[in-house]
Design a protein around this ligand. Sequence first.
Ligand SMILES: *[C@@H]1O[C@H](CO)[C@@H](O)[C@H](O)[C@H]1NC(C)=O
Ligand SMILES: *[C@@H]1O[C@H](CO)[C@@H](O)[C@H](O)[C@H]1NC(C)=O
Ligand SMILES: *[C@@H]1O[C@H](CO)[C@@H](O)[C@H](O)[C@H]1NC(C)=O
Length: 352
Amino acid sequence: MLSPPLLVTITLFFSLPFIFFFAPQILPPAPFTFTISDDLDDLALFTRASRAAHSVSTTSHLGTINPKPKIAFLFLTNTNLSFAPLWEKFFQGNRDLFNIYIHSDPSVHITPPGGVFSDRFIPSKKTFRSSPSLIAAARRLLANALIDDPMNQYFALVSQHCIPLHSFRFMYRSLFGNELTILTSFAFSQSNYKSFIEILADEPNLYDRYVGRGEHAMLPEVTFDEFRVGSQFFVLIRRHAVSVVRERRLWKKFRLPCVTEEPCYPEEHYFPTFLSMEDPNGCNGFTLTRVNWTGCWDGHPRLYTAPEVSRELVFELRQSNFSGYDYMFARKFSPESLAPLMDIADDVIFRD
Ligand SMILES: *[C@@H]1O[C@H](CO)[C@@H](O)[C@H](O)[C@H]1NC(C)=O
Ligand SMILES: *[C@@H]1O[C@H](CO)[C@@H](O)[C@H](O)[C@H]1NC(C)=O
Ligand SMILES: *[C@@H]1O[C@H](CO)[C@@H](O)[C@H](O)[C@H]1NC(C)=O
């Protein structure tokens, strides 16, 4: 006869496989956690990027040939790049002025778009909505672009739902100014150019997001007074791209999983908080990516559909309240919007 405690132990022991088998169906999904090995891979990449950036900044002024500065376009996606044909048109004729880098969730089967997007995929990892995996993906894009080409001077993060609102030339002129003939890459790195990143301190649910990882989880690195929010999509200058891939202190906190019911959207906080602490005067506190949050409560902005695409919509979306700058990109558009957007590409979007 077995003693009752032993019986309980044996029963528990044999039920373990069942618990493991059924637990995924019974328990809510575990919060996303960032593993040590993910972090080590990234750390090696970020160290390489930081070294590459350092060696360029100490030698670039010695060169006699000074090619024009470039814009790095960083595509962060977990589905097909439906607007690839529109972007293709955007890039046409500007071969020496841009580079493309794509971070694509490896667990999703996407169709490589070809053309200017051929061979532009960087080593990527799985991403999850409103999790630190999106911060890591954006940093991988910045690091790859820093290593790849020292002429990359602006780094524009976009998603598969973003569309261009102006021609490439217009955007290039807006970002670099009009003195392109004399503006060398070295001159640019020494100048007062600023990043375009939204940095807000007065959002109503900011405190809930601050305590999303636990009440004192962000201390002492980030006090609530230092905590900021802004759009996930930004255009950074090279100096800031380097700071971001070198950053370790805040990442230690932002990589922690959210523990509250409400999502805490770390990707909307890490970059604005870090840059506002590091170099507030080097940032324009606004983004160049237009998004419409009117009437949206579930964390998804308004999705424009094909019948809504028109010349008037493009004109309206371009308009900003930022002195001297139009919006350059807009999101989100449904994949079916491609056809009507292509119809107005030459006559409306890229005529400016
Ligand atoms: C991407 O597009 C291809 C071809 O149109 C389609 O078969 C595939 O399912 C799409 N993938 C995703 C993730 O939507
Ligand atoms: C933003 O979305 C709201 C609600 O759907 C809509 O009424 C408004 O016209 C949109 N604004 C623009 C600029 O498209
Ligand atoms: C610009 O400011 C006006 C007045 O505050 C506001 O009605 C409008 O929505 C703003 N436009 C954009 C694009 O934010």
